[in-house]
Each structure stands twice: as structure tokens, then as C-alpha cells.
Design a protein around this ligand. Structure first.
Ligand code: AHR
Length: 502
């Protein structure tokens, strides 16, 4: 198969924001406990954090990290996680039928973030709590000193304020499974009141209202419109969440998941812009795509949940999906979709980071390793700089059961005007045929190929595991040929690739 792509740096979609490469740490399963925090592990630092995990998180290149949930946050009391550890309560975590020990809380997480060099994005509980508790945690976290709660933080060993800029107003409040779930009107009113109160403390905070937990929710569209009608002047972002998995062995549709993500984003933009024009507002609403990934949710739903509260475990193995090559290719395509919408999606969080639907896995007392999805993320985070370019892509299409006729190739390019550095991210969705792609670079005078790497495998179900940790990795693709004004590359079937030119 053949395809043709034209790159022209004059056609700019928007600036790629670093916050697009964010992630998410929830008190869920072994993400925090036995994930980032494992005192007693041979690699634990004096604070109990695994240094091997810190190294991998740095290598992954994550910007802001959303915390502490997720569904967990809708029943969480932030005060439980601060102060002397031996006085912290053990609580029932209703979201995940687990026991929360509260050994790690806001101050510990902020100190871990300083070690990994990432920013904190904090979610407040608008499920079982409201305006006052959001104000309290804001005071505790961001006020330097001189008030009861800020002085408590100082006394707890964090003299500097955490200075959290980005705050999520609850989590997935459209979902009937969410503690405190209500109607869009109810949530919108509460989010507006909370946002206004928080802005009385600091007008510069960046606030995210909950959008839909999936584009396939029955309330999708109505939820966004109603919530934005209530909150438009008070918030900066509306959130999107999306997870994908192959259904019934339909890999053709699964490989086209990015098409669904594109449509999801376009719909939310259309709804936000409708509210904007109906209000005669000058303000543009941005999207925080603060949960996205491949997640085999059907496997999770098949597992019996422990219902006897006396048996709810501490840090059980939950949602520990093992990702294959095809999962990583779809994952790379989701990143392409986010970058393609750089004008409106200015923040995103890969859900999640360690052990729980994660690019990094750990074994208690044992090693930490990279899942297949680690590679598209780390490479895209390192290479996608400057502006997203509008592309002209001519390629064959194929028919899918879920999304109709879709392009065989998925592509996005970024261009840094200051240096001329250009990166092109490419996916071949074909299950059995390679694609020869000619990239017209004639307008980018004299650029040459710097690197070309591909993730693919004869076995699209190959994985990395505790036993074989580097079965799947990126490989140099030596197919790139430069002719005058063009670069031609070969994309293997079911592959994700990154090409850089300079
Ligand atoms: O990331 C796992 C869960 O998915 C989160 O807790 C929730 O927000 C979403 O439904």
C-alpha cells in the first residue's frame, strides 16, 4: 500500500503544551503502595520511595500528575493523609473495595513529585464533600503560613507551599458509580460555587470542570452543555475521559480508536463553543483530557468484587493490564489524536502511571520494568515540540464495524520554528500490509532524517513481563530514503513510528 503526506510549517494548528504529557496517580490497587512507595524495598530512598520507579517516571517524561483520584477521590478526606503517620486513620475505600492506610497523602505526594520533577494537579472531592473542604485543602496546600491550616502544613514538615496551580473539581460526576453522583445541573451548580470560592483565595488558579466519563455515556453532550452553562465563567477546562479495548476480537475497530477520540474531542469543542456563543462570551474553553488509555475494562468487570467489608484488602492487585504491541500502537494513536487537537486540548493525563493500567510495572521487593506503552509515551513526550501542523494525508481507507471507513495511516507532525526541528508520529493500522509513505518536505528546505524508530513485532500480542522484561522495545527503522524534497519510509503492519528531521 502507498500513502502520501505533505508537511508545511505555515499551517499551524496550535502550540503543543507540555501539560499534554501528564499522567495520573490514584490511590487504587498498587499504584501508590508497592508502586511508587515501598519502604523496605532494596531501592527505597530514605523517604520510602522506590528510586528505580522515580528513574523510570523521569525517563517517561511526564509533566503534571493528577492526584489522588479517580473514583477514590469522591469519598476521600484529604486531612486523613496529613500529619503524623501513626495517627492517620484506616478507611474504607468504597470505590475500589479496599482499605486505605493513608500512609501517603498530599505532603508525601508533593515531595515525591519534586523528586520526579513533575507538577501536581489536585482533584478535590465533590462527591461526599463540597465548597468548605475544597477551600480547606487549598489553604493547607497553597497559603504560605499564618493561618491554622497553612501552619499545620508547616508543622507537618512542609515549610514551602505546594503552590498547586491546576485543580479538578471532582471526578466523573456524570457516572452513576460515582459517590455523590447527581444531575448535570446539580454538579454544575456545585462546581460553580466551589470554583468561585477557590478564586476568592486565588483568582489565578486553573480549574477543571468534570465533563463526561466517556463519549458513550447516555448523558454525553447534554452533560457538557449543562455543566458549562453553569460554570462557563468560573472554569478554564472541561474534562474528557476515554478508555479503549478490543471487543470480540475486532482489531480493525480497535486500531481505529483514535478516530473515536478525534470525534469525542470535536464534539466537546462544538458543545463548548455553542455555550460560548449563546452567552456572547469572549472566553475559549479548553479541554483537559485527564484520563485516557487502553484499558481491558471487561476483564476488570468479570472479576468478583470482595463485598465483605471486613476483607477489603490493602493495595490489592487491581487493573494490572499487561499491554501488547497492538495495545501500544493504539496507545500511540491516542497520543497522535491529542497532539492533533493542540489548539483545544492543552492538558492531558495518561491513566495511570504505575501498576494500575500503567506504563511502569513493579514487583514487591523485585524489579520495575517498562510495558510496551512506555515507548510511544516517552518518545512522543521527548520529541513533540513547538507547533502542531495541519497535514495533508492521502492514504487508503478500510472499513470498521465501529467507526465506518477510516484512514489506514494515522499521522501528526510538530515543528519548532526556532530550530526547524520536525517530528512526525505515524501509525499503520493495517493488520497485514506494510505501507510505503512518501512525505513531501519540499517546503522545509534541506531537512534531513535525524532518527526513525518503530514499535512493531511479528507477534502483535507480544508483551513485556516480570520474567521477560524487554521482549518488546523500539527499534531503529532503516527504511527512510531521502530524495529531493521528499522522505520515503516503510511502516510495518500494526506499527507506531517516530521520525525526526532537522
Ligand atoms: O482510572 C481508573 C478509573 O477510571 C478512575 O478511577 C475513574 O475516574 C475512571 O472511571
Amino acid at each position: 500500500k502507498r500513502a502520501h503526506l505533505t508537511i508545511d510549517p505555515h499551517f499551524v494548528v496550535g502550540r503543543v503544551q507540555r501539560r499534554l504529557f501528564g499522567s495520573f496517580v490514584e490511590h487504587l490497587g498498587r499504584c501508590v503502595y508497592d508502586g511508587i512507595y515501598e519502604p523496605g524495598h532494596p531501592n527505597a530512598d530514605p523517604d520510602g520511595y522506590r528510586s528505580d520507579v522515580i528513574e523510570l517516571v523521569r525517563e517517561l517524561g511526564v509533566s503534571a500528575i493528577r492526584y489522588p483520584g479517580g473514583n477514590f477521590v469522591s469519598g476521600y478526606r484529604w486531612e486523613d493523609g496529613v500529619g503524623p503517620r501513626d495517627e492517620r486513620p484506616r478507611r474504607l475505600d468504597l470505590a475500589w473495595h479496599s482499605t486505605e492506610t493513608n500512609e501517603v497523602g498530599l505532603d508525601e505526594f508533593a515531595s515525591w513529585l519534586r523528586k520526579v520533577g513533575s507538577e501536581l494537579m489536585y482533584a478535590v472531592n465533590l462527591g461526599t464533600r463540597g465548597v468548605q473542604e475544597a477551600l480547606d485543602v487549598l489553604e493547607y496546600a497553597n497559603i504560605r503560613s499564618g493561618t491554622t491550616l497553612s501552619d499545620r502544613r508547616v508543622a507537618n514538615g512542609s515549610p514551602e507551599p505546594h503552590d498547586i496551580r491546576m485543580w479538578c473539581l471532582g471526578n466523573e460526576m456524570d457516572g452513576p458509580w460515582q459517590l455523590g453522583h447527581g444531575t448535570a445541573e446539580e454538579y454544575g451548580r456545585l462546581a460553580s460555587k466551589t470554583a468561585r470560592a477557590m478564586r476568592q483565595v486565588d483568582p489565578e488558579l486553573e480549574l477543571v470542570a468534570c465533563g463526561s466519563s466517556s463519549a458513550h455515556m447516555p448523558t454525553f453532550g447534554h452533560w457538557e452543555r449543562t455543566v458549562l452553562e453553569e460554570t462557563y465563567d468560573d472554569v478554564d477546562y472541561i474534562s474528557c475521559h476515554a478508555y479503549y479495548e478490543p471487543k470480540g476480537g475486532d482489531y480493525g475497530s480497535f486500531l481505529a480508536s483514535g478516530v473515536d477520540m478525534d470525534r469525542f474531542i470535536d464534539s466537546v469543542v462544538a458543545t463548548a463553543d455553542h455555550v460560548k456563543s449563546a452567552r456572547g462570551s469572549e472566553k475559549t474553553m479548553y479541554i483537559s483530557f485527564d484520563e485516557w488509555n487502553v484499558w481491558y475494562q471487561s476483564r476488570y468487570n468479570e472479576v468478583d468484587r470482595i463485598t465483605d467489608v471486613a476483607e477489603w484488602p490493602v493495595a490489592p492487585r487491581l487493573l494490572e493490564d499487561v499491554y501488547s504491541v497492538v495495545d501500544a500502537v493504539v496507545f500511540g494513536s491516542l497520543l497522535i489524536s491529542l497532539i492533533r487537537h493542540a489548539d483545544r486540548v492543552t492538558s492531558a493525563s495518561l491513566a495511570q502511571l504505575v501498576n494500575v493500567i500503567a506504563p511502569i510495572m513493579t514487583e514487591p521487593g523485585g524489579p520495575a520494568w517498562r510495558q510496551t506503552t512506555f515507548f510511544p509515551f516517552s518518545v512522543t513526550s521527548a520529541l513533540a515540540k513547538g507547533d502542531t501542523l495541519e497535514l495533508k494525508l492521502d492514504c487508503p481507507t478500510y472499513s470498521t464495524a465501529l467507526y465506518g471507513e477510516v484512514p489506514l495511516v494515522d499521522a501528526v507532525a510538530t515543528y519548532e520554528p526556532a530550530t526547524g526541528e520536525t517530528a512526525v508520529f505515524l501509525v499503520n493500522r493495517s493488520l497485514d500490509e506494510e505501507v510505503s509513505l512518501e512525505i513531501d518536505t519540499s517546503i522545509l528546505d534541506g531537512l534531513t532524517v535525524r532518527s526513525f524508530q518503530t514499535l512493531s513485532d511479528e507477534d502483535i500480542h507480544a508483551v513485556n513481563t516480570l520474567e521477560v522484561q524487554d521482549r518488546v522495545r523500539l527499534r531503529d527503522n532503516d527504511s527512510a530514503r531521502t530524495t529531493e524534497g521528499a522522505v520515503t519510509v516503510t511502516l510495518p503492519p500494526v506499527s507506531w513510528s517516530a521520525l525526526t528531521l532537522a
